[in-house]
Write a protein that binds this ligand. Sequence first.
Ligand SMILES: CC(C)(COP(=O)(O)OP(=O)(O)OC[C@H]1O[C@@H](n2cnc3c(N)ncnc32)[C@H](O)[C@@H]1OP(=O)(O)O)[C@@H](O)C(=O)NCCC(=O)NCCS
Length: 162
Amino acid sequence: MDDLTAVAAIDRLSFPTPARPGLFEHEVDGNNLAHYQVLCADDQVIGYAGYWLIGDEVHISTIAVHPEWRGQGLGELLLLNLLLLAYAHPANIVTLEVRHTNTGAQQLYRKYQFEVVGRRRRYYRDTGEDALIMTAPPLDARYYHYLEQQKELLWPRLSGED
Ligand SMILES: CC(C)(COP(=O)(O)OP(=O)(O)OC[C@H]1O[C@@H](n2cnc3c(N)ncnc32)[C@H](O)[C@@H]1OP(=O)(O)O)[C@@H](O)C(=O)NCCC(=O)NCCS
């Protein structure tokens, strides 16, 4: 709960329409299905991600990195950690919606082998944009192995060793 002011500030910088007031408080305190993580550097929140666990399905509700910290592998760190948490639950399916114009985020999901499986017409009321529905491969041993490999690749980048 102490991080939510910083999370809301990143949210305002990251999305055309920010989360309505009180949404994150409700998610963390009043929604048993919701799971949230924050990413910190120097005691500051610089990113966050959340998902809902419904049965054996993880639905990614949000993911964002502060604009000043983008392009360094941190969005990938948030997504990778989220996928490892999903595997550990255990869940079988990971799905999300993304604006069809948000090619940067789509690229991140594609890097993790997500595929477009559907489209929701005019899903985003603020811009009238369509949403693409993307899903990860089944959370089986093969995909877990892939995630572990990605972790090995990401770590040196984050620690400045590559
Ligand atoms: C999407 C977001 C979380 C990515 O965070 P990030 O820290 O900048 O991303 P990373 O540096 O970890 O990038 C990881 C991979 O994602 C892809 N990617 C990320 N941003 C990209 C961009 N602008 N253009 C193309 N590819 C991009 C690349 O494949 C990249 O891998 P590479 O570094 O090997 O090329 C960030 O841009 C953001 O907060 N955007 C605003 C909020 C948002 O749109 N969230 C998604 C909602 S569905």
